[in-house]
Design a protein around this ligand. Structure first.
Ligand code: ZN
Length: 305
């Protein structure tokens, strides 16, 4: 245990929003969460850190040059755009560069403050050579690679609790012994093909909070003890929620809070810096998605503050 703790850092930029028209992905959640955590009194709006966009050099530590060129010059094929499941625009690419910059900033702030949260990102379905499932750039991987490149860290672990398996994360780090990947998700859900993480827990549809939390409590502490990462990337999807439109794990708001508490606590008691990203969240009611992500920030402030 450390002595005096510093309160978590929060990173956000208005430019995380990109106009994608009527879509199941709620772009409005980004600013909504910012407003909600300020409304709850967790921190002042002026204390929220505005990131710089990730540079092309930083992005290319994860993504292939050909894919980055296609994004920058609007040359995705119609098949690639269909796989992405988002309408391509320059604004969308700019938003993803900012989100990646936000995760880089959060990762670096986590080293200083113990916990940091990017109110965006968690785009764990992005692969080195293509984007899919609403994910253009893999922000958390870009952040990990950046801190490795500067030698601020050597080993990292990704703890992915989104309802969908972290296929992009698994693919990016598959031959990399310095980054350990863990995903707990609904087995019978997107992505159809799940490249193996170091540990995958694929739960049955309808599993519920008790099963989910037991599996998480069984795995996360022992992974951290075994791997001793210098940094944890927490991909804190809101979509295991019982009223989510794209997930059927059926966790309550309280289960999700317990989940976030478990992960933050496991990191903090071991003095392992952790940065969180939002990932998915498609509740029927946008207020639930915003509230679940805000609850995650609140748990971070309770444990880290
Ligand atoms: Zn998801």
């Amino acid at each position: 245990m450390t002595g005096a703790r510093k309160s978590p850092a929060v990173v956000h930029h208005a430019g995380y929003f990109a106009d994608i028209g009527a879509h199941v992905f709620p772009m409005r959640k980004f600013v909504g969460i910012r407003e909600e955590i300020v409304r709850r009194g967790l921190l002042r709006d002026e204390d929220i850190v505005a990131p710089q966009p990730a540079t092309i050099e930083q992005v290319r530590r994860v993504h292939d040059a050909a894919y980055v060129d296609k994004l920058l010059h609007g040359r995705l094929s119609s098949l690639e755009e269909a796989l992405l499941e988002l309408p391509y625009s320059k604004e969308l690419v700019e938003a993803n560069l900012l989100c990646a910059g936000g995760s880089i900033a959060a990762a670096r702030l986590a080293l200083e403050r113990g916990i940091a949260i990017n109110l965006g990102g968690g785009f764990h379905h992005a692969f080195p050579d293509h984007g899919e499932g609403f994910c253009v750039l893999h922000d958390a991987a870009i952040a990990i690679r950046d801190l490795q490149a500067t030698k601020e860290i050597r080993r990292a672990a990704v703890v992915d609790v989104d309802v969908h398996q972290g296929n992009g994360t698994a693919a990016i780090f598959k031959d990399d012994p310095t980054v350990y990947t863990f995903s707990i998700h609904e087995e019978d859900n997107y992505p159809a093909i799940k490249p193996p993480s170091d540990v995958d827990i694929g739960l049955e549809s309808g599993a519920g909070g008790e099963r989910y939390l037991a599996a998480l409590a069984h795995n996360v502490p022992r992974i951290l003890d075994r791997v001793e990462p210098h940094l944890v990337a927490y991909v804190a999807g809101a979509d295991p929620f019982v009223e989510d439109q794209l997930g059927r794990l059926r966790l309550t708001r309280e289960d999700l809070r317990a989940r976030d508490r478990l992960v933050f606590d496991a990191c903090v008691v071991r003095d392992i810096p952790v940065f969180a990203t939002l990932a998915g969240g498609y509740a029927q009611n946008l207020d639930d998605t915003v509230g679940i992500h805000a609850d995650m920030v609140e748990e971070a402030f309770r444990i880290g503050g």
